[in-house]
Ligand binder design. Structure first.
Ligand SMILES: Cc1cc2nc3c(=O)[nH]c(=O)nc-3n(C[C@H](O)[C@H](O)[C@H](O)COP(=O)(O)OP(=O)(O)OC[C@H]3O[C@@H](n4cnc5c(N)ncnc54)[C@H](O)[C@@H]3O)c2cc1C
Length: 162
């Protein structure tokens, strides 16, 4: 992509979501991710308040169809001098906060790759194995330089966003 308006660094859920929403609004977006997906990542329990976001990103069906384990609440187990105490919070007890009474435990490698695929679909120029290691500024132009594993660590990409 020539002359991107936005360079997103990192293709985790934050970077992918940001890139998707910007591209859906017509912006030219490049996303640089240092790893090659799928890659292992910790942090798999989705929040039940995120369904509106999945709709905006256009990935609700993919999450529902992925076969992830269903999550209907959360159990906190806390220990003090008197022993263990358990607090169970069921999502369906709080319809005022959650449009649906459940969510999922996702496989982050699978989930993150799904979001990155969605970013490509809406026009984001996604470049994996691009490690951003320098910021560039010249007059009004801002950008970054990234080294690519396929080019043995040499700087191969200078994206400029005005
Ligand atoms: C033990 C643990 C348990 C957790 N459990 C949960 C949970 O159950 N539910 C939950 O919602 N959250 C959980 N989290 C938090 C969750 O993992 C993070 O909030 C989430 O991963 C943040 O997403 P992100 O997109 O901001 O960052 P990340 O997922 O970390 O993604 C950042 C991406 O940027 C890339 N990157 C970094 N530097 C560069 C660079 N210089 N150039 C190019 N690319 C780069 C990385 O390769 C990575 O892919 C947990 C976290 C931990 C540590």
């Amino acid at each position: 992509m020539r002359n991107p308006e936005v360079v997103v660094i990192g293709g985790g859920p934050a970077g992918s979501s940001c890139a998707i929403l910007l591209a859906m609004r017509g912006h030219r977006v490049v996303l640089l991710e240092r790893e090659s997906f799928p890659r292992f990542m910790i942090g798999e329990s989705l929040l039940p308040a995120a369904w509106d976001l999945w709709d905006r990103l256009g990935v609700r069906d993919r999450i529902e169809d992925a076969g992830y384990p269903v999550k209907r609440g959360v159990l906190f187990r806390i220990e003090d001098t008197e022993g263990f105490h358990e607090f169970l919070i069921r999502t369906d007890e709080f319809p005022q906060y959650f449009v649906r009474p459940f969510t999922f435990h996702v496989d982050r490698a699978h989930f993150d790759r799904m979001l990155l695929t969605r970013a490509r679909e809406v026009g984001v120029d996604v470049r994996e194995r691009h490690n951003v290691n320098r910021e560039c500024r010249r007059r009004a132009r801002h950008g970054v330089r990234a080294s690519s594993a396929s080019r043995e660590g040499r700087a191969v990409s200078a994206c400029r966003a005005e």
